[in-house]
Design a protein around this ligand. Structure first.
Ligand code: GLY
Length: 394
């Protein structure tokens, strides 16, 4: 019996990659085809969005759309801008502009730490592609809003508000919001945003990581003294586990911090995180992680395609800052992830999946929320990975 289980486990771990291998097409063609497909698929998605909302997922046959204050509200317009960049499709551009208008009021929102996700993935890409000063002004205003959450005693930007559970929680995801802060300072804005980012990244470096470069999800601080109260999880399998998307945020975050600062400590951290992920015995052969590296029930645990997409995009950037066998390792892991995500194991067919590109992401398993569903940010980081591959490796 044991032998049979072991054989099934091996099949599960290896199946998607062998599938991807048999389907492989040249990356240049795959990227081209994917963006063309995305034009048609996102027209389906666009029809499912009520006025004033942003798309999140598609569950039990129904589209799920959220209020603009949800952390994911910028990924839809961001995805559309990536699609527009590659295809120059006029309808997609129109939809991208419309989606920006919907979330514009977020620029003065100070209720969470997610302003970077919300306003840089969207307005950041819009400004990059159009150069419109009004988009830059929105990004600058958003950085100022986010800066109100900086807590000097903690030397961090506070993630969530104080609650029964937390005093001053900082989550590893917050590294992602630093991209907007750095960018504003480096593009004529107040230098304090970059200073805050560096301090935040250094505090996270000290308190969020274990010796093996894996990361805790949440560190809760005493807001007056800055002392660590506890290290815990919210979306992971256990306080001591390695929640997959969190590892992805950490990888992306320190790679991005290196881009803006050229501080070798951040590069060393990013490489350490990459090696933790890529050498982990629970990383499946197709390199799309289970929702937590320590999830119960591996290899039958649910996957998280969003973590795979995010890691692929981050590894492609990290490959830019490395050389020799390390560069090859990061590029080739990202390639496997992209081939896996583009295979029918994860990729939706035209008109299906509520108009999202990817299937099989996991939002918050312990909260029984968004399990094995499409998620807008999986699509966003997948499109980003495709665009990055084309820009840097073709
Ligand atoms: N930033 C929230 C998440 O990754 O689910």
């Amino acid at each position: 019996m044991k032998k049979i289980n072991f054989a099934v486990a091996l099949l599960m771990l290896g199946s998607s990659v062998s599938f991807a291998q048999t389907e492989k097409k040249p990356m240049a063609q795959l990227i081209n085809d994917e963006f063309k497909f995305a034009v048609d698929q996102y027209k389906v998605l666009a029809k499912n969005i009520p006025e004033g909302k942003t798309p999140q997922t598609f569950e039990k046959g129904k589209p799920v759309n959220y209020d603009i204050k949800w952390w994911c509200s910028g990924f839809y317009s961001g995805s559309l801008w990536y699609i527009y960049e590659q295809t120059k499709n006029a309808e997609i551009k129109q939809e991208a502009e419309k989606a920006l208008k919907v979330i514009e009021p977020n620029q003065t929102y100070t209720g969470n730490h997610d302003l970077g996700f919300m306003m840089y993935c969207s307005f950041g890409n819009a400004y990059r592609l159009t150069g419109k000063p009004e988009y830059k002004a929105v990004i600058e205003r958003s950085a100022e809003s986010l800066a109100t959450r900086y807590r000097p005693a903690v030397k961090s930007i506070q993630s969530w508000n104080k609650s029964k559970l937390w005093e001053c929680p900082v989550i590893i995801d917050n590294m992602m919001n630093l991209e907007m802060m750095n960018w504003v300072s480096d593009n004529g804005g107040n230098k304090k945003y970059k200073e805050i980012s560096v301090i935040h990244a250094n505090t996270a470096l000290k308190n969020h990581f274990r010796p093996d470069f894996s990361s805790f999800h949440v560190v809760d601080y005493n807001p007056e003294t800055g002392a660590v109260i506890r290290k815990a999880t919210w979306q992971g399998a256990a306080n001591c586990s390695a929640w997959s998307r969190g590892q992805g945020w950490a990888l992306y975050g320190y790679t991005m911090m290196y881009r803006f600062t050229k501080n070798p400590i951040y590069l060393k951290q990013a490489k350490g995180i990459a090696h933790f992920i890529l050498n982990h015995p629970n990383l499946p052969a197709d390199k799309i992680p289970f929702w937590d590296f320590d999830a119960q029930g591996i290899p039958f645990a649910k996957r998280d395609a969003s973590a795979g997409a995010l890691m692929a995009s981050a590894l492609l950037e990290l490959g830019q800052y490395t050389s020799g066998s390390e560069k090859t390792e990061f590029k080739s892991a990202a390639e496997t992830m992209i081939y896996s995500l583009s295979s029918s194991a994860y990729h939706a067919k035209l008109g299906e999946n509520g108009g999202f590109l990817l299937m099989h992401s996991t939002g918050a398993y312990p909260l029984n929320s968004e399990i094995d569903v499409p998620l807008i940010y999986a699509d966003y980081y997948y499109l980003e990975a495709l665009a990055r591959y084309k820009k840097w490796y073709l």
